[in-house]
Ligand binder design. Structure first.
Ligand SMILES: NC(=O)c1ccc[n+]([C@@H]2O[C@H](COP(=O)([O-])OP(=O)(O)OC[C@H]3O[C@@H](n4cnc5c(N)ncnc54)[C@H](O)[C@@H]3O)[C@@H](O)[C@H]2O)c1
Length: 447
């Protein structure tokens, strides 16, 4: 039921859904290839909550569980059409071969569908991503003209591929960190800035603007500053389009938002948390630039500020030192290795240490998140949800909440919120896990 007590009316997921990715690098091509492999029965969609997750419905005694995809009306994998933009002209098969995430034999068997995904020319500016350059780039008389070209790309893609609707998930490089300026204060100032070529407007903000103008839900897989800006939030509300936070929560930060709440919930102190990574893919090369790394550092460190709050728990986290490093190390390719050293203290202040060594695969972890975000953002749009979708915080290092509200980083609370939102969508009872057993001796009753 909606807050006004009406039954929520979700439009059915009929027709084709375009999933458009600015960026057709390691993450995007691993995502396309994975979906194509699953469609052909060659693999299982492991890591995808929309495809494999189950939800409990009603009381525990009812023993009622449903697959998420059977509960809510999501687009099926067969209905998806992929499109994207990149500064390099390689098709998705060539780009995936270059990325070296997936085995050659798997890519060969998917050559036909992947070769058909060809990048549209990108909106790109080296001032914002310093370590790469490529030829497949748009030119225009100003930034508004570039936004108009992207809007035309979206419309043409939908028309040419017979799609019903589209979503956009940013899978392109991390830009140099630049917080909002006066040009971002309102939609009016931002649109003036687009016409005047304001240097504070980044390429990713131009894509976000184009998507929202076309009422295409927008999810930001990188830490680029875009959806948190007042001008773009205003546009999302004005056009009735869903947005969510930033930066896929995949490896080290994902584990951080599992472990940190556990320590805090047991009232254990943390004196320091030192996180370091080595990574050798193109993303690692881009993040080797201090400006791009700064964007990552902001989203990666933000999670502990909230979970291990210095102000609420001064005795436990008042002197917490949190350091995050990423080093570009080509031999490892996409196989990132992360180390965490956590200095904790317990009863009477006695110190202990935890070490986590995560040998992960970056794009393998990110691909199912792209799928889930795309399908859920499409669902939100069909449910007429607009603006910030806080229930999708589960997937993001830098989630968004309504103005004035703190964001939630604790993964288990994020999951509760996600699950209850799905129950809300389907008029199922919301679950608070109270499960209270109450026995009143005087009355002799049990509840
Ligand atoms: N893999 C993970 O676990 C993970 C987690 C969180 C965030 N991310 C973010 O996801 C993004 C993609 O990661 P990746 O490993 O695929 O990187 P990648 O370097 O392999 O791919 C990025 C692609 O974007 C293209 N590009 C850059 N600027 C562009 C623009 N303005 N328009 C269109 N294309 C552009 C590049 O040419 C490149 O092909 C990065 O921002 C990364 O930080 C990845």
């Amino acid at each position: 039921m909606t807050p006004k007590g009406q039954k929520l009316n979700i439009a059915p997921a009929t027709g084709k859904l375009a999933i458009l990715t600015p960026g057709m690098g390691a993450v995007a091509t691993t995502f396309y290839a994975g979906v194509e492999a699953v469609k052909r029965g060659m693999a299982k969609p492991i890591g995808s909550y929309t495809q494999m997750g189950q939800l409990r419905l009603g009381k525990r005694t009812e023993n009622r569980y449903k697959l998420v995809k059977d509960l809510v009306p999501l687009a099926s994998l067969d209905q998806i059409v992929f499109g994207g933009w990149d500064i390099f002209p390689e098709n998705a098969y060539e780009a995936a071969s270059h990325a070296q995430v997936l085995e050659k034999s798997l890519l060969e068997s998917l050559k036909e569908p992947l070769s058909k995904i060809k990048p549209m020319s990108a909106v790109f500016d080296r001032e914002w991503v310093k370590r790469i350059d490529g030829p497949n780039v748009k030119t225009g008389k100003n930034k508004m003209d570039l936004a108009d070209q992207l809007r035309a790309d979206i419309r043409n893609f939908i028309k040419d591929n017979g799609c019903d609707r589209a979503v956009m998930v940013w899978c392109a490089s991390t830009e140099v960190y630049t917080p909002g300026t006066s040009v971002h204060q309102s939609l009016k100032t931002f649109e003036e800035g687009l016409r005047n070529n304001d240097p504070g407007i980044s390429p990713s903000q131009i894509y976000t603007y184009a998507a929202l103008k076309e009422r295409v839900p927008y999810a930001n897989g990188s830490p680029n500053v875009s959806v948190e800006l007042p001008c773009l939030q205003e546009l999302a509300l004005e056009t009735g389009t869903p947005i969510c936070g930033s930066d896929f929560k995949t490896g080290q930060t994902f584990l951080k938002t599992v472990v940190a709440p556990g320590l805090r919930n047991r009232q254990l102190g943390v004196a320091g948390w030192y996180s370091t990574n080595i990574l050798g893919n193109r993303d690692g090369e881009v993040l080797d630039d201090p400006g791009s790394f700064k964007s990552k550092e902001v989203s990666k460190t933000g999670v502990l500020t909230d979970i291990l709050s210095k102000t609420r728990y001064p005795d436990l986290y008042g002197d917490l030192h949190h350091v995050v490093r990423i080093n570009y190390y080509p031999p490892r390719g996409d196989n990132k290795e992360g180390w965490d050293n956590i200095d904790i203290f317990g009863w009477l202040g006695y110190p202990m240490q935890i070490k986590i060594n995560f040998l992960c695969r970056d794009s393998i972890l990110a691909a199912p998140i792209v799928l889930d975000l795309a399908l859920f953002m499409d669902l939100a749009s069909r449910a007429k949800m607009r603006g910030i979708q806080e229930w999708l915080s589960f997937y993001l290092k830098a989630p968004l909440a309504k103005e004035g509200l703190p964001v939630e980083h604790d993964l288990s609370i994020q999951l509760l919120k996600l699950e209850n939102t799905l129950r809300f969508f389907t008029n199922e009872e919301l679950i608070n896990h109270l499960g209270l057993t109450y026995y009143n001796i005087d009355e002799g009753e049990e509840a």
